[in-house]
Design a protein around this ligand. Structure first.
Ligand code: AMP
Length: 396
């Protein structure tokens, strides 16, 4: 079922509760990356153009259901004010008579940002009374918080049942781009999956299995796969309890005709540190006392060749311990290869996006997903509560 869209709805004079994901990084009270705010601007501009009175809500960090100034939306509001051409007000309260009053006094084209919804424990509990209090702030609900769509919270799920509800432009784009990957990818479809653990990626690997042509594995998780094939991996990161599943995936790949690739060479280190002694090893196995920290040059060349011929690429997870410069080459090479390819390219997950940004190639990627956990759950084939709630036919 299609998501209810905003474009053709008359919102003149209506109060719109807009749930966004303004969960931006903050250091010493200052926003250090405003990407998430910028991504929602098209929806906000559309609402203002339609003459709506906009009430914006977001979570920020993990205040654990308590008021905590460390997680106040105040610094976010300061940055936001510089990005929109509208009068922006801020309410220190999330719910209550005074916020309702403020929402009613808003003029057309004005914006009211409310405080962090997670200052109330009822938000994460999806408590119906709390949803009702949020709904009292508006006539219409719009969800643009794709990054929080995998959570069934009051401001992402509960409220959608109480007001006419629509998907924001960003939410819509995310769902369209990710759905296209799963339903009609141009072939060959190449998935590149890395990161530290098999356990956190096993579901996405399993779901992608009958959809992709090539599965390129990197990062710490590669060593559980190698170990399951009796390849010596020294002190590399291994999840013993996932060896059997890793082995079974390799077997299944053979049967299904999926080209599952593992690293054939490595950059190894004698400890998990940027001061470690390092070596480049031109073989699959790793000696005792050493650990695999990045994919080697032969593996990079193999993966580059497959990426070059791809029709569709999905990337999630770094190829090595890329936070340490010594072990970042594999991840950076993959980022650049993806950017160079003519394929439709989709990148999800904070680390892969950081690598794309560091390589300066963000503008060469078809779609950079704003939701780490949400995009992974979507690619696992799971239903996202925040999206499902928008699909209901009428206000319940
Ligand atoms: P994830 O959150 O599961 O995507 O994992 C990301 C983390 O995996 C990053 O912090 C990397 O440093 C880490 N990682 C990547 N490659 C390795 C490796 N070979 N050994 C240990 N950790 C790794």
């Amino acid at each position: 079922m299609e998501l209810p869209r905003l474009e053709n709805v008359d919102l003149a004079g209506k109060r719109v509760f807009l749930r966004v994901d303004f969960n931006v990084p903050i250091e010493n009270g200052k926003v250090t990356d405003k990407t998430r705010i910028e991504k929602t601007l098209p929806t906000i501009e559309l609402l203002l153009k339609k003459g709506a009175r906009v009430i914006i809500a977001s979570h920020l960090g993990r205040p654990k259901g308590q008021v905590n100034p460390e997680f106040s939306m105040a610094p976010v509001v300061e940055v936001f004010k510089g990005l929109v051409k509208a009068n922006v007000l801020f309410s220190k309260n999330v719910i209550g008579d005074d916020v309702v009053q403020m929402s009613k006094e808003l003029k057309e084209g004005e914006i009211l940002v409310i405080e962090n919804v997670r200052f109330h424990k009822e938000e994460e509990e999806n408590e119906p009374g709390f949803s009702k209090k949020l709904a009292a702030l508006a006539d219409v609900y719009v969800n643009d918080a794709f990054g929080a769509a995998h959570r069934a919270h009051a401001s992402t799920e509960g409220i959608a049942h109480l007001l006419p509800a629509y998907a924001g432009l960003l939410m819509h784009k995310e769902i369209v781009e990710l759905s296209a990957l799963l339903s009609r990818p141009a072939r060959p479809f190449v998935a590149i999956i890395g990161g530290s653990k098999v356990s956190s990626k096993i579901k996405v690997l399993t779901n992608l299995f009958d959809k992709v042509n090539h599965l390129l594995i990197g990062g710490g998780m590669a060593y559980t796969f190698l170990k399951s094939r009796a390849v010596p991996v020294g002190n590399s990161l291994v999840e013993k309890e996932f060896e059997v599943q890793a082995f079974q995936l390799i077997e299944k790949a053979g049967v299904a005709g999926v080209d599952l690739q593992l690293p054939v060479d490595h950059i190894i280190a004698d400890s998990f540190s940027d001061k470690a002694k390092t070596k480049s090893v031109d073989k699959m196995g790793i000696l005792e006392g050493w650990m695999g920290m990045d994919i080697g040059s032969k593996t990079v060349a193999n993966y580059e060749k497959i990426i070059k011929n791809a029709g569709t690429i999905f990337w999630n997870g770094p190829m090595g311990v890329f936070e340490m410069d010594k072990f970042a080459n594999g991840t950076m090479a993959i980022a650049k290869a993806i950017a160079k390819s003519k394929a439709k390219t989709v990148v999800g997950g904070g680390d892969s996006i950081a690598a794309i940004n560091k390589a300066g190639v963000a503008d060469k990627i078809t779609h950079i997903s704003t939701g780490g956990g949400a995009s992974l759950e979507f690619m696992e084939g799971r239903k996202l509560p925040g999206v499902e709630a928008l699909k209901k036919k009428e206000v319940e």
